[in-house]
Write a protein that binds this ligand. Sequence first.
Ligand code: GDP
Ligand code: MG
Length: 299
Amino acid sequence: MAFNWLKKGLSKTRKLLSTDISELFAGNRKIDDELLEELEELLITSDIGVQTTMDLIQSISKKSSEISDADQLKKVLKEKILALLSAEKPVPQKIMTTPHVIMVIGVNGVGKTTTIGKLAAKAVASGEKVIIAAADTFRAAAIEQLVIWAQRAGVEIVKHKEMSDPAAVAYDGVEAAIARGADIVLVDTAGRIHTKKNLMEELKKIKRAISKKLPEAPHEILLVLDATTGQNALSQAKLFKDALDVTGIALAKLDGTAKGGIVVSICSMLEIPLKYIGVGEKIEDLQKFDSVQFVDALF
Ligand code: GDP
Ligand code: MG
């Protein structure tokens, strides 16, 4: 069920990587330089990244005598891509202290608020008590949007007025969670602020406020990236990683793009685990990232 969902969400990338690769072999073509060039173009279009594409093409070219049709080629690609995705080091699972505070960051419009709504619903479904803190105080509409997600997920929200201090909201969110015995606090943040202030400094301030209330928190700093922005997402990740201790990535909007190869780029270029993927706008459209399932859904 969840797998079909994933397949559906990845349909645009699957078309590029699977259907289009099948078409490369139309008319009984063999693997030659021309075909490899076309394949290279497909891989680059999917946003796997130039270096990774070169590496893949090279290993396929070495094996070209063993590959005579599309299925064989896909099998080789699938193995190679899976190896890249699995190269990611497993992160030791921290002992879950409560409340577990997750600070969600990322530039404007990437899908932070939506991802928080989805995460809240997931946690509720597994019996956890969730509090959301509306620390994106930049616009009243942002707070309203989060209120709607909190209602959908059936969780409590801590909010202040528009333009109030985001760090104070985060602090109050953690305080409320402690007082009410919540298991998880999800802190929403702004992706842009008034030009006079610096976004990274503001985020660091929120982080400090959280730690002031609960010294070991935030337990997770989840960076949300937008899959449709392709390689741009990688540059964003580097910026945020330099400023804050990002502990995980949630990649949103994978359903809206044929550039799902960005998953491979993220896993091979960044030292931050990809934890969640968003494959739609609805509350159930968030999945834990699983590399085996991912390549199975693609090929
Ligand atoms: P924020 O500014 O980072 O908080 O971004 P929002 O959560 O407000 O999301 C921006 C837009 O992206 C909204 O229209 C969401 O519905 C949309 N969005 C978020 N996640 C996904 C996803 O996984 N798939 C699709 N198709 N749209 C998404
Ligand atoms: Mg938002």
